[in-house]
Write a protein that binds this ligand. Structure first.
Ligand code: GDP
Ligand code: MG
Length: 247
């Protein structure tokens, strides 16, 4: 038979749907495993975590969950109410502080978030706090003022805390589409993110956008959010995540 008589199918027997899925699952798991091997050990003086992300992504809720997580490991937690943009945001963080028996430092709404950071650090050092978690305002990542504000908060932490901030976590809603990559790029460029918390994985969304983010920006996923309660924070499991994408 002439070579030209061969069809592509003769030469490359097509994979069936199941084989394609397995192939992709394998590739994706590999990317996720390679780029997600990190823990947040809570060791620092204090261990300082900045939590950032667009409005409604789940920052404040995640902070409550993180406080609960460190609390359950007998670490003393202080929350800094760095979202001074809305009074409701401060009140919401207060509720999480009460629920998790964490201390909280807040100023009035409209105050300079960097001043909140500074006071939080001072209180944390004086109070033997082991984990300091800073909430921040959301708005849009395209807002230049917000980016400058976040950078300033980071500078204050760097100056006052050795090796701080230990984590800068981008909280991202799993229902975010292609825009998530643009968001992550802008935040990463401004702040050098250390990880992502992918929230709302209890919804119908599978959070597929993070594959591109992880692949392009090399930012690992540290936790996933699976609900609105304190316990709904879980470690990221690459294999499980890849399975779910194709289920
Ligand atoms: N179902 C679900 N809802 C969540 C999760 N995380 C946060 N939320 C909800 O998302 C909304 C916005 O959360 P919030 O923490 O205020 O977001 P922030 O604006 O980024 O601080 C609230 O109604 C939360 O209860 C999650 O993992 N699953
Ligand atoms: Mg908030």
């Amino acid at each position: 038979m002439e070579l030209s008589n061969y069809t592509m199918q003769d030469i490359y027997p097509p994979l069936d749907e199941k084989e394609v899925k397995e192939f992709l699952k394998g590739k994706i798991t590999k990317i996720l495993v390679e780029k997600s091997a990190f823990s947040m050990n809570g060791k620092g003086a204090p261990y300082t975590i900045m939590v950032i992300g667009v409005n409604g992504s789940g920052k404040t809720t995640t902070i409550g969950k993180l406080a609960h997580y460190y609390n359950s490991q007998n670490q003393k937690v202080l929350l800094g109410a760095g979202d001074t943009f809305r009074a409701a945001a401060i009140e919401q963080l207060n509720i999480w502080a009460e629920r998790t028996q964490s201390r909280i430092i807040s100023h009035k709404s409209g105050a300079d978030p960097s001043a909140v950071v500074f006071d939080s650090i001072k209180a944390a050092k004086a109070g033997g706090i082991e984990v300091l978690i800073i909430d921040t305002a959301g708005r849009l990542h395209t807002n230049a003022n917000l980016m400058e504000q976040l950078k300033k908060m980071k500078r204050v932490i760097s100056k006052e805390i050795e090796n701080g901030p230990h984590e800068i976590l981008l909280v991202m809603d799993a229902t975010t589409g292609q825009n998530g990559l643009a968001q992550a790029r802008v935040f990463h460029e401004a702040l050098d993110l250390s990880g992502i918390v992918l929230t709302k994985l209890d919804s119908t969304s599978k959070g597929g956008i993070v594959i591109q983010i992880i692949d392009e920006l090399n930012i690992p996923i540290k936790f996933i959010g699976t609900g609105e309660q304190l316990e709904d924070l879980r470690n990221f499991n690459p294999k499980e995540f890849a399975e779910a994408l194709f289920s």
